[in-house]
Design a protein around this ligand. Structure first.
Ligand SMILES: [Zn+2]
Length: 270
């Protein structure tokens, strides 16, 4: 098999699209049952994985994952008011996630309107990850930090605080690569965005990031969020047998997550 990053025959390891530390955090702070949006009746314990990288490339990614987990992820989840400095490590981590998302969906048989752009972006991001090449195109990549103190309802709060979600989103005019986990949202512009679509979020422009001053001005992105939140709501439309299993499961697990953030969010919106 060919390693999808460095392009040579290798024994491939199973790679997480969204790193494992995210799922560890979710298990520690909430219900241990995780669900994937696109296939809601199949619980996923450990996130989506794909045979993608050789051991060396996997190591390269995991060094940055460990850094992000310790220096950014855990500190920010503890204190939402933290400023996050923009560094090469941060940029590398973010691009490595978006590259994995493109790889995961791009050749899944869907007829993407912007397939040739996705191919080009994948290649440019890959050359950055491999050879440290400058990202000269598809460089409008955004890190959005969620401040969940003011969300209107439980579904919105749960989605923005906890959901794991990845996709290539597109309509006739626009396309972006999307990854969301815990309180972090990553968006890689592929096509069709206005200059002022985002403020204080661009990893190619900003020196630091703060949840207090970031703005999204693009209505299409808002509609996309709304749509994803509605999909989260449809968790409650699970099949009867699945519901029953879930209830039993939750009854048994309840003791284990009474301290968790999941319960805190539910209580907040009672
Ligand atoms: Zn490799």
């Amino acid at each position: 098999m060919i390693c999808e990053l460095h392009g040579e025959p290798s024994e491939l390891k199973e790679s997480h699209i969204i790193p494992k530390f995210v799922f560890k955090w979710m298990k520690k702070t909430g219900t241990t049952r995780l669900r994937q949006l696109k296939n809601i009746n199949v619980p996923i314990q450990d996130g989506i994985k794909k045979h993608m990288l050789c051991q060396n490339c996997e190591n390269l990614f995991s060094i940055h994952e460990k850094w992000f987990c310790e220096k950014i992820f855990l500190p920010f989840l503890k204190d939402n008011s933290l400023n996050i400095q923009n560094t090469e490590n941060l940029k590398y981590f973010i691009i490595s996630i978006l590259w994995r998302v493109v790889k995961y969906f791009k050749d899944d048989g869907n007829k993407y309107n912007f397939k040739s752009d996705l191919d080009r972006a994948e290649n440019i991001w890959k050359n950055y990850l491999l050879h440290d090449n400058i990202v000269s195109e598809y460089e409008n990549i955004h890190l959005i930090l969620v401040d969940n103190s003011n969300f209107p309802n439980k579904e919105t709060d749960l989605y923005f605080s906890r959901a794991v979600d990845i996709d290539i989103a597109e309509n006739e005019n626009m396309c972006f690569v999307y990854a969301k986990f815990s309180k972090f949202i990553l968006i890689g512009e592929i096509k069709g965005f206005e200059n002022k679509s985002f403020e204080k979020t661009n990893i190619s422009l900003e020196k630091k990031f703060s949840s207090s001053n970031q703005i999204i001005n693009d209505t299409t992105v808002f509609d996309f969020f709304k749509n994803r939140i509605n999909q989260t709501k449809s968790y409650s439309d699970l099949s009867e047998s699945q519901k029953k299993k879930n209830n039993e499961y939750h009854k048994n697990r309840y003791q284990n997550y009474t301290d968790g953030e999941y319960l805190k969010i539910l209580n907040k919106h009672k």
